[in-house]
Design a protein around this ligand. Sequence first.
Ligand SMILES: [Zn+2]
Ligand SMILES: [Zn+2]
Length: 220
Amino acid sequence: MTRGICKNRVGERYGSVTVTSRAPNDRSNNARWLVKCDCGNEVTLLANNLKRTKFCGKGCELYTAHKRNDVTGQRFGRLIAVEAVGKKGRHTEWFFNCDCGNEYKGVSTHVISGSVKSCGCLGIQSRIKHGKSHTREYKTERYQAYTNAKRRATPTGVQDREVLEIYKNARNLTKETGVLHEVDHKIPLQGEFVSGLHVAANLQILTRHQNRKKSRSYEI
Ligand SMILES: [Zn+2]
Ligand SMILES: [Zn+2]
């Protein structure tokens, strides 16, 4: 039972909700948090229930969509569902955008269950053994910081169509040219002085080479 002072959970993600601020304790003095759901709803949840939270409630649009097996716009690890592309046996195949800029086509159930978390790039990185910067812990920590920054920088909480379109263009360019293209934030999300937004206007397509050369700094 959590009473009185408890760990600051602002910014943490549980399923589709992000903790925004502390809410007054309930009548039995249990800690509660105000959370914002990707569907737009804001609700108050008991701190003890956060870990089990997937949606803001029974009335959640995303929950309804989830029950219909529609995962459009939802994030699973590095993957964001774009659209259903067809059937594979009894299952529905989906197109996903991976944070690395690649796309992934696969059965949604594998992604929802968590057995697939990326286009494959996560597996490659976690197999690299040499050097501390390649340890799973290090990668996960840095990646987590990056995705949190991206989430904070996404005004609506859900990626809009324009953003998805840019990722699609990058994939097409990769396909057409054979050179790996990535989507880059012109103003970095985790810049030292200014932080950019995860919106279409702040995105540009670069080749992987150009992108690696670009530093995290941004001239103000
Ligand atoms: Zn919701
Ligand atoms: Zn990837």
